[in-house]
Design a protein around this ligand. Structure first.
Ligand SMILES: C[S@@+](CC[C@H](N)C(=O)[O-])C[C@H]1O[C@@H](n2cnc3c(N)ncnc32)[C@H](O)[C@@H]1O
Length: 104
């Protein structure tokens, strides 16, 4: 795909809203810290082709055109319905021959 055919690293996009309403403040403070760390790392490496999208996955896919990504890795909410919605939404954003994968 893009990386294999061009030898260049394509754009990496990290989608996460960094907030889980069913978790406590300590957990959500940790998520906030992760977002800050990642933001700092990207600011220190401006040439690295990566961006963070701070949105829920069921909103963020609308920010991208169809047939855009080579690979999508699903790892947001892990209940069946949320994973199913993520697969349905994000598969439209993957190029023909691309990969959708996930965890759990
Ligand atoms: C299920 S896990 C993924 C764990 C992560 N892969 C790791 O190794 O730490 C929790 C992450 O999913 C994010 N998350 C929860 N609900 C989300 C949603 N609807 N859309 C996008 N991200 C979500 C949380 O903010 C949290 O960072």
């Amino acid at each position: 795909m893009h990386m294999l055919s061009t030898g260049k690293l394509g754009l990496s996009v990290g989608v996460d809203n960094y907030h889980m309403p069913d978790k406590d403040q300590v957990f959500n403070d940790e998520l906030e810290g992760m977002h800050q760390n990642l933001t700092n790392i990207l600011a220190e490496n401006p040439h690295y082709p990566a961006m963070l999208v701070r949105k829920r996955s069921d909103e963020a896919y609308l920010d991208f055109p169809e047939d855009f990504f080579d690979i999508v890795f699903v790892d947001a909410l892990h209940d069946f319905l949320s994973v199913k919605v993520d697969i349905v939404n994000w598969r439209s954003r993957i190029r023909s021959g691309g990969i959708i994968a996930g965890v759990n």
